[in-house]
Design a protein around this ligand. Structure first.
Ligand code: FES
Length: 157
C-alpha cells in the first residue's frame, strides 16, 4: 500500500458519529453516510451508531430493515469493493465498477444469485497512490482498469 493521508473507513465513520453524537433525529442521515463509507451496515456498525447517537439498538435495526436502500447482508463469499474515492474516481473507478457490474450481472450494492460475489463501491481505501484500487475480501489490487478487474475476478470464479 502506498502512503497517503487517507483515513480508514472506521475513522471516517467515527467522525460522522461524533458530529451527530446524541442526535437521534440524525439517525437516517448517519446510516446513509455509514453505508456510503462502509459499503453496507454490518452489526458492529449499527451498534456503533446506536451508541453514538444514543438510539436504542432495536430502533436502529428497525430503520435499517425498513428501508430497502440499506443493506446488512454479510455479502458474497468474495466481497469486491471498488474504491470510488476522489483519487480512484479520477483515475477511472467508474469504468472499473461498470465493467464488474457487466461481468457479474449485478449492480454495485448487490450480491450474485449464487452468493459468490458481492460488489460495493466504497470510499477511499487508503491506498490512493495505487488508484484505482479494489479489494476482494482482505486482498488489495492497485492500478486496476476495466479489463484488469475482470481478469482478477476470474481467478475467483
Ligand atoms: S481514493 Fe484513496 S484509495 Fe481510492
Amino acid at each position: 500500500m502506498g502512503t497517503c493521508n487517507c483515513k480508514t473507513p472506521w475513522d471516517e465513520l467515527n467522525e460522522v458519529i461524533e458530529a451527530h453524537r446524541g442526535q437521534e433525529s440524525a439517525l437516517i442521515e448517519v446510516l446513509h453516510k455509514a453505508q456510503e463509507i462502509m459499503g453496507y451496515l454490518p452489526r458492529d456498525v449499527q451498534e456503533a451508531i446506536a451508541e453514538g447517537l444514543r438510539v436504542p439498538l432495536n430502533k436502529v435495526y428497525g430503520v435499517v430493515s425498513f428501508y430497502h436502500h440499506f443493506s446488512v447482508e454479510p455479502k458474497g463469499k468474495y466481497q469486491i469493493a471498488v474504491c470510488n474515492g476522489t483519487a480512484c474516481y479520477v483515475k477511472g473507478a467508474p469504468a472499473v465498477i461498470s465493467s464488474l457490474e457487466e461481468e457479474l450481472g449485478i449492480r454495485a450494492g448487490e450480491t450474485t444469485q449464487d452468493g459468490k460475489f458481492s460488489l460495493a463501491a466504497v470510499r477511499c481505501l487508503g491506498a490512493c497512490s495505487l488508484a484505482p484500487v479494489m479489494t476482494i475480501n482482505q486482498k488489495a489490487y492497485g492500478l486496476v482498469d476495466a479489463d484488469k478487474a475482470k481478469e482478477i475476478i476470474k481467478q475467483y470464479e
